[in-house]
Design a protein around this ligand. Structure first.
Ligand code: PEP
Ligand code: MG
Length: 556
């Protein structure tokens, strides 16, 4: 692989980090199929299998006890698989009837189970990794060899693998792994779920991942799904600086004391717990689709109520802005998006789904109203991917009919930004989704690393649209939040406030840096930086213009 090569995959957990690549320890070789155990030796092989199953279940139980949240649930699921009497019964039957060795019998039994799961496709196929993991543990135990898996290192490292077994990903907690890169896997794979829960940037489905040389420096960009092999020093330094977490005291403000609440973006209860621990002032974006990414059937209202209450519970008495399902495009939900679309980013995604499936939206709103009644958080609800005033008015009416009194919309399309004044006549607040707003303004796929320079919120066209929304919000006296990645950029945050943002919502790791950047500037400087940046002709000039007013390098 040539130094400087950029590999492309699917970013499933955000963040940028640079560290050396370390490969997962290789899988065990397939046990020999030719050996036939003589009848008098077969009972000994049978008891080896039974003992191995007990030992593996014990190992997984003690690891589950040390783990938390999703990692714990996954280890528990693997432990149940290891104790599955069917697996042991089928393997021991192969030994008794056909004289297979213990290792071979476990291999063949697992292969049959794995093939059955793979044939089912979708979510079940992704669970085949669970079976392989338990198989390898049992065979390693039978052969008394080391288990393949996550290597132990003192230095931070990027773990590179074909795919990760659930127990591998669960073993990452508290270790030195700082990012994940896999050749296989999808957005609902365990790798993706655990990476998000642990806050590790992750890119899956990377062709050529296993060709990354051991020990090579790699820059993993979980937002754009890219892996840069042997990046230059400046890029490494930038990624390292961004990775250091600065603490937040829980009160976002400008130098003169003007309040700018700093909120968190979350995808479920475990994220909400981390956000509360990081002193987020509330939730500015709860991406509800993240609760149901792997579902083939729509979740029931009861299930939804439970999932939403898990997030609301973490912020009693605080604001929680819940976004209705943003299914489609980069986040397809099997139960909601059943069509193949030529241009899914421009297709039936977000609020547009309610054209075909109004009940899906109404059920979600009912579930949110019930969750809001049961908890003390201040719940506000907003719709993604709005392009017209009619859509916004219809959404607000549905919210009110469901008993939700604060209804808003995300501004993610240039159409919505241009119509902000009219939109404020029908909704209570807006939140700018700058990730999509940049994508649609510059007409550049946000998942494409080749177009990353276009997907840049410093592009003056994007800044001017944000300014239009900010001005409309001021005129209407209504809140303008920002919840795209731009809100977590400390160089851009004062500019966004100057453009009219009244709150910023971001990944909890960014709270401290953004707070520190706002704490040293006044409202007037924010306004002047915003004017300079949005008058600029290019993104580079916009950064310079802001830096001229705010000081610092202005690097976004
Ligand atoms: C956005 O588009 O900026 C946004 C916050 O929504 P998502 O990233 O989930 O599309
Ligand atoms: Mg969006």
């Amino acid at each position: 692989m040539v130094p400087g090569a950029v590999l492309q995959g699917r970013g499933v957990s955000p963040g940028r980090v640079a560290a050396r690549a370390v490969s997962l320890a290789p899988a065990l070789p397939e046990p020999d199929a030719e050996t036939v155990v003589p009848p008098e030796g077969r009972e000994a092989e049978v008891s080896t299998i039974e003992w191995a199953a007990v030992a593996v279940a014990d190992q997984l139980r003690s690891r589950a006890e040390r783990a938390r949240g999703e990692a714990r649930a996954i280890l528990d699921a693997s432990r149940l698989l290891a104790s599955d009497p069917e697996l042991v019964a089928e393997a021991t039957a192969l030994v008794r009837a056909q004289g297979r060795t213990a290792a071979r019998a476990v291999w063949e039994t697992s292969a049959a189970h794995e093939a059955a799961l793979t044939a089912l496709g979708g979510r079940m196929a992704e669970r085949a990794a669970d079976i392989r993991d338990v198989r390898d543990r049992m065979i390693a135990e039978i052969l008394r060899v080391d288990m393949p898996g996550v290597p132990e290192r003192d230095e931070p490292f990027v773990l590179v693998a074909t795919d990760l077994a659930p127990a591998d990903t669960a073993a990452l907690e508290g270790g030195s792994c700082v990012a994940l890169v896999t050749a296989d896997g999808g957005p609902t794979s365990h790798t993706a779920i655990i990476a998000r829960a642990l806050g590790l940037p992750a890119v899956v489905g990377v062709a050529g991942a296993t060709g990354i040389p051991e020990g090579a420096m790699v820059l993993v960009d979980g937002d754009h799904g890219s892996i840069h092999v042997d990046p230059d020093e400046a890029e490494i330094a930038e990624a390292r600086a961004a990775a250091v977490v600065v603490t937040f005291d829980g009160r976002g403000r400008l130098a003169d004391g003007t309040r700018v609440p700093l909120l968190a973006n979350v995808g479920g209860a475990s994220d909400a717990g981390s956000a509360a621990a990081a002193h987020a002032e509330g939730v500015g974006l709860f991406r509800t689709e993240f609760c149901f990414l792997d579902r083939t059937e729509a979740p029931s209202i009861e299930e939804q109520v439970e999932a939403y209450r898990g997030v609301l519970r973490a912020f009693p008495g605080r604001k929680v802005v819940v976004r209705t399902l943003d299914a489609g495009s980069d986040k397809p939900l099997p139960f909601a998006n059943d069509d193949d679309e030529d241009n899914p980013a421009l297709g039936v995604r977000g609020l547009r789904l309610s054209r075909r499936r109004p009940a899906l939206l109404d059920d979600q709103l009912r579930a949110l109203a019930r969750a809001a009644d049961a908890e003390s958080a201040d719940v506000e609800v907003m719709a993604p991917m709005v392009a017209t005033v009619d859509e916004a008015a219809d959404f607000a009416a549905r919210c009110r009919a469901a008993g939700l009194d604060r209804a808003g919309i995300m501004i993610e399309t240039p159409a919505a930004a241009l119509l902000a004044a009219e939109l404020f006549e029908v909704v209570d607040f807006v939140s700018l989704g700058t990730n999509d707003l940049a994508q649609y303004t510059l007409a550049a796929d946000r998942l494409s690393s080749a177009l990353a320079d276009l997907n840049d919120p410093w592009q003056p066209a994007v800044l001017r649209l944000i300014g239009t929304v900010g001005a409309a919000g001021r005129a209407a006296g209504k809140p303008v939040g920002i919840c795209g990645e731009a809100a977590g950029d400390p160089a851009l945050a004062p500019v966004l406030v100057g453009l009219g943002a009244t709150s910023l919502s971001m990944t909890p790791r960014a709270l401290g840096r953004v707070a520190a950047a706002l704490d040293v500037v006044g409202p007037d400087e924010c306004r002047r930086a915003a004017e300079g940046a949005s008058r600029a002709a290019t993104a580079a000039e916009a950064r310079q213009a802001a830096a001229l007013v705010l000081g610092g390098g202005g690097a976004g």
